[in-house]
Ligand binder design. Structure first.
Ligand SMILES: *[C@@H]1O[C@H](CO)[C@@H](O)[C@H](O)[C@H]1NC(C)=O
Ligand SMILES: *[C@@H]1O[C@H](CO)[C@@H](O)[C@H](O)[C@H]1NC(C)=O
Ligand SMILES: *[C@@H]1O[C@H](CO)[C@@H](O)[C@H](O)[C@H]1NC(C)=O
Ligand SMILES: *[C@@H]1O[C@H](CO)[C@@H](O)[C@H](O)[C@H]1NC(C)=O
Ligand SMILES: *[C@@H]1O[C@H](CO)[C@@H](O)[C@H](O)[C@H]1NC(C)=O
Ligand SMILES: *[C@@H]1O[C@H](CO)[C@@H](O)[C@H](O)[C@H]1NC(C)=O
Ligand SMILES: *[C@@H]1O[C@H](CO)[C@@H](O)[C@H](O)[C@H]1NC(C)=O
Ligand SMILES: *[C@@H]1O[C@H](CO)[C@@H](O)[C@H](O)[C@H]1NC(C)=O
Length: 446
């Protein structure tokens, strides 16, 4: 550590210069002072193997699938540009990228932190660590060149927001899952180059949804899941032309309706508007969103019939329309959704027979039709679906014998109340083939 402080620092830098036979004195000097800044930053933090296991606040999903201490492999006898997570510019030698995400780091980052000496940083990812001890002073505003900043699940202090709102080069900003960090002003107003904005699980209750209209029209990702947004959602957000991912789910005090025209994005792939007060019908031209892979409109207040045009979603894997007031029958056009793995229409007022053509959806793993008014027989085509593992049918008016053969099905979870006319649904796990026998053996029927 003698290398780092006081008058020895210059000597040490000079000796490193010889070791690395630099091509240019000034660039090496700056990169080495950045190495010592990194080293001191490293020494100001500790490793804690429990950090990786902190849940995303109240979502029960973990941010880091895996975590490992990148800094543990940092060695003083190697140039810092070769350290795990450190990226240097090949020409200038400046440290331009630092990725210490999911690295089990714990500690405080205050305004004296040598992290803020890395002025040339373009990309900084500290997500999935524990810096909640940080006091309310820092210098994030110094990172004038920063284009990518990821502080997801790592900070809980609000003061950094005013500093971050000055980083006008930002293209991607992720402040999600920070203990409902309070966002009181539209921090994106100055960030005109922003393409990705993730603020999930922050507290945006004092932000007017209208101020989202200032987001750049080149925005590709807007993720505001569970932000306590309140008031009327402007349709212009749904119509942003470059959007690929839009997640406004779980904002129960947000209200609005789906666009009545002009909704024809060819880029939108992920749309979650669940648990928002969206009323009215789904417009037929939703079918213009041909690139959709994921659509969740559950727990809204939608009514009317399910548009036939959903049959245009040939890329879609997840279609979730449960817990609304949809009426009418299942459109047979859904047979075109050949990539579908999850179809949930539970808890609506749908009626008619379950169309046999759903048996074309060979990738389906989960079919959920609970609590509707479906009648008639369960088509045998559904029981031949090769990947089906969850089939929920309870609380309908299905008739006929309980199917006793599930060809090729590995494990089916059936809610059998539809047939056994018991009041409360019973969930049974069976391992295929003789369902009745398994139900008799395994289900704790009252
Ligand atoms: C960086 O910190 C880690 C753990 O805190 C430590 O194992 C490692 O030796 C440090 N690296 C340097 C170069 O000091
Ligand atoms: C920063 O360092 C100075 C000088 O060492 C010290 O007086 C000050 O309290 C420090 N500030 C913080 C926020 O730690
Ligand atoms: C931020 O980092 C976390 C952890 O690595 C990652 O899951 C998340 O996708 C990153 N956010 C962005 C916008 O890249
Ligand atoms: C934050 O800083 C302000 C002054 O800028 C100070 O009055 C306040 O006590 C500080 N709060 C905390 C929690 O450190
Ligand atoms: C936006 O930039 C202007 C001019 O640089 C500045 O005065 C203002 O405070 C900034 N707004 C925010 C929210 O940072
Ligand atoms: C949009 O940004 C401009 C410039 O920063 C600001 O004057 C205006 O009030 C903002 N509009 C909304 C709705 O926040
Ligand atoms: C939406 O919310 C705003 C603000 O709370 C309210 O004034 C308005 O009446 C609501 N609109 C609908 C259709 O519920
Ligand atoms: C639809 O697009 C037309 C032409 O681009 C435009 O004039 C109209 O205002 C748009 N309507 C809505 C509701 O955005």
């Amino acid at each position: 550590m003698g290398c780092l402080t006081g008058k020895y620092q210059v000597l040490c830098l000079l000796s490193l210069l010889f070791l690395h036979s630099p091509s240019s004195f000034s660039s090496s000097l700056s990169s080495n002072s950045q190495c010592s800044a990194l080293l001191q930053f490293n020494n100001s933090l500790s490793l804690d193997s429990y950090v990786s296991s902190y849940d995303r606040s109240s979502s029960h999903v973990q941010l880091c699938e895996t975590s490992y201490p990148r800094t543990a492999s940092w060695k003083e006898d190697k140039h810092c540009c070769s350290w795990d997570g450190v990226e240097c510019d090949k020409n200038t030698g400046h440290v331009i990228g630092l990725d210490l995400s999911c690295s089990r780091l714990k500690g405080a980052i205050d305004s004296n932190s040598t992290l803020f000496l890395l002025r040339h940083l373009r990309s900084l990812n500290l997500a999935g660590n524990y810096f909640h001890y940080s006091p309310n002073s820092s210098e994030f505003g110094q990172f004038k060149s920063l284009t990518h900043l990821n502080l997801s699940h790592s900070f809980s202090v609000d003061h950094i927001l005013s500093e971050i709102s000055q980083l006008s080069s930002l293209v991607s900003l992720d402040l999600s899952y920070n203990n409902y960090m309070l966002i009181e002003t539209p921090i994106w107003n100055n960030l005109t180059l922003l393409r990705e904005l993730h603020l999930d699980y922050t507290d945006m209750s004092s932000i007017r949804p209208k101020s989202l209209m200032n987001l750049s029209s080149s925005l590709t990702t807007l993720s505001l899941h569970s932000c306590n947004l309140q008031g009327k959602l402007e349709n212009s957000i749904l119509l942003l032309p470059s959007l690929q991912t839009l997640d406004l789910g779980s904002n129960p005090y947000l209200n609005g309706s789906l666009p009545k025209s002009n909704w024809s994005s060819t880029s939108l792939k992920f749309l979650d508007l669940s648990k928002i007060k969206i009323s009215g019908e789904i417009p037929e031209f939703i079918g213009n969103l041909k690139a959709l892979k994921y659509l969740d409109l559950s727990y809204c207040k939608l009514s009317g019939s399910i548009p036939t045009s959903l049959g245009n979603f040939t890329q879609i894997t997840d279609l979730i329309l449960s817990s609304n007031n949809f009426t009418g029958s299942i459109p047979t056009s859904l047979e075109n959704l050949t990539q579908l793995t999850l179809l949930s229409l539970s808890k609506n007022k749908l009626s008619g027979v379950i169309p046999a053509c759903l048996g074309n959806l060979t990738k389906l793993t989960s079919l959920q039709l609970v609590s509707n008014n479906f009648n008639g027989l369960l088509p045998s085509s559904l029981l031949n679906l090769p990947n089906l593992s969850t089939l929920l049918l309870g609380d309908n008016q299905l008739v006929g014998p309980l199917p006793n053969h599930l060809v090729g099905v590995v494990a089916v979870e059936i809610i059998v109340s539809a047939w056994l006319s018991i009041k409360y649904p019973v969930t049974c796990k069976v391992d295929g083939f003789d369902v009745l026998e398994h139900i008799n053996n395994l289900c704790a029927l009252e």
